[in-house]
Write a protein that binds this ligand. Structure first.
Ligand SMILES: Cc1cc2nc3c(=O)[nH]c(=O)nc-3n(C[C@H](O)[C@H](O)[C@H](O)COP(=O)(O)OP(=O)(O)OC[C@H]3O[C@@H](n4cnc5c(N)ncnc54)[C@H](O)[C@@H]3O)c2cc1C
Length: 453
């Protein structure tokens, strides 16, 4: 470790995606005692800022403000973050020639739409790195081109990290923020006393769905379809039997389009093959032949579609033990239909940061103490993530009329309005958490640590 200081708790974060960076920034924001030293390991040779659109709910925004990202993020949002009642999606039945509006899903504070690269860039900008100019409570050393391949724990001493083509390093606490294919999750589970019970959580499972994504320039859409509804709309959902598409603006000039084709019968199976494949535009468009004109105009702007088999993890019952903590997609990758995977990972990060910076967490902590922190993290984060993951799967099926009571309807057929409204009423209610206070969970964790709960 770069900061070989007995006075510090040495936290190794493996994975510098949104969640790993959010943990480093949260630790730095809360560590007023300056007792944490962070080593951030990333397999990539540089911190890249990629991806498409991302929904950030008021609940996650509260954490962003607490960790100091307010001023950097506000200019990147589609609207000023407040708690006004706003449209999240206008839902349109579109699997027929003349599509029509079903309902508006409204939420307190709506949802903030952001380009993922803008979020990642803001987090990276706030990392407490030596020359960053940021106030530094928890000094962070960034180790790029470090792919963790193994780790070795000892009963009470440091954990040793082994990298491909890099020297070993040590730490007091190891964080696996290494994404859905997490190496740390696989090692962690294989070291449980009964590893065979955890085999089912090792690898991601296919959700049965495939997604096609595109970012369209508004100018391009305006050329082929002047006055298109998506050019000036907060959020649209074009839906039909077994398929739904979300559409929303990002970064002023662009429109984010995510097309999902469900496959409930394959939910939970193992996917054999690459997760992403390029497909011909014709193959993509043909699946929506017969859908309404404004929807077809949108998807015809996606010229080089990529088909992506959507993966998720089964609900893992334990995220932390023996000085190792999993967070973000490494612990609970879920389908994207509640727009919440990154937000839940950021909550993991913020809650763990509150526990690790608590006055009772001191350098030289005992095994019993860190076991207690791990069990509190499990008690607070596991049920929350499970409920979000289950809710996200259900949400996708609600959008596409794949829940009980819709079996008799086929693509392109009319569905009674009251049935569709009922589906979207439930979908709206599933989002009852979006403007709640994230400190509820963090407070509960701290109260457990202090023996007050
Ligand atoms: C289509 C789609 C739409 C989504 N929409 C939303 C949304 O609207 N809102 C939302 O909140 N979430 C959304 N999500 C979910 C969100 O994208 C993820 O939950 C989030 O990005 C996970 O972040 P992470 O940091 O946990 O993992 P990752 O982003 O996967 O980062 C993991 C990092 O670890 C590194 N790494 C991996 N292995 C190693 C190793 N062995 N050693 C060192 N480094 C390693 C990787 O290079 C990577 O940088 C969506 C997901 C999808 C697929």
């Amino acid at each position: 470790m770069s900061q070989d200081n007995n006075e510090c708790i040495r936290v190794a974060i493996v994975g510098a995606g949104i969640v790993g960076c959010a943990l480093a920034v949260s630790l730095n924001a809360l560590d007023t005692d300056h007792k944490i030293a962070i080593d951030l390991y990333e397999t990539a040779p540089e911190l890249s800022e990629i991806g498409a659109g991302l929904n950030m709910w008021p609940r996650t925004w509260e954490i962003m403000k607490k960790i100091g990202l307010k001023d950097t993020l506000i200019p990147t949002f589609d609207h000023y973050p407040d708690l006004e009642n706003r449209v999240v999606f206008e839902v349109r039945k579109s699997d027929q020639k003349n599509g029509y509006k079903v309902t508006d899903i409204m939420k307190e504070g709506g949802v903030l739409r952001i380009h993922r690269a803008d979020l990642q860039r803001s987090l990276i900008k706030h990392l407490p790195l030596p020359d960053s100019g940021n106030p530094i409570n928890s000094a962070c050393t960034l180790h790029l081109s470090h792919r963790l391949v193994d780790y070795t724990t000892s009963d009470s001493g440091p954990t040793t990290l082994h990298f491909s083509n890099q020297p070993d390093q040590t730490c007091d606490i190891l964080i696996g923020a290494d994404g859905i294919k997490s190496t740390i999750r696989q090692l962690f589970l294989s070291r449980q006393p009964n590893p065979e019970d955890f085999q089912q959580y090792m690898d991601a499972r296919w959700s049965g769905a495939v997604i096609y994504r595109g970012i369209l320039a508004k100018d391009e859409l305006a050329k082929v379809y002047p006055g298109h509804r998506a050019l000036d709309h907060a959020g649209l959902m074009y839906t039909g039997k077994n398929k739904h598409t979300v559409v929303y603006p990002i970064a002023e000039k662009f429109i984010n389009v995510v097309v999902t084709i469900h496959g409930k019968e394959n939910d939970g199976k193992l996917w054999d093959g690459p997760w992403n494949t390029e497909v011909s535009a014709t193959e993509f468009y043909e699946q929506f032949a017969g859908w309404d004109e404004e929807f077809q105009a949108l998807i015809h702007c996606i010229k080089r579609p990529t088909k992506w088999a959507v993966q998720k993890l089964k609900n893992l019952p334990v995220y932390a033990k023996n000085r190792v903590f999993l967070m973000g997609d490494a612990a609970h990758a879920m389908v994207p239909h509640q727009g919440a995977g990154a937000g839940i990972g950021i909550e993991d990060a913020y809650t763990l940061a509150a526990l690790l910076t608590h006055p009772s967490t001191t350098p030289g902590f005992t095994t019993e103490y860190i076991d207690k922190v791990a069990s509190i993290y499990n008690a607070v984060r596991v049920p929350r993530a499970h409920s979000m993951s289950n809710g996200s799967s259900r949400q996708g099926y609600l959008y596409a009329f794949e829940t009980e009571g819709f079996e008799q309807y086929k693509e392109g057929e009319d569905i009674p309005m009251d049935k569709m409204l009922e589906s979207f009423r439930e979908a709206g209610e599933n989002w009852s958490w979006t403007a709640t206070d994230p400190d509820d969970d963090t407070r509960k964790a701290v109260e457990l640590l202090e023996g007050r709960a």
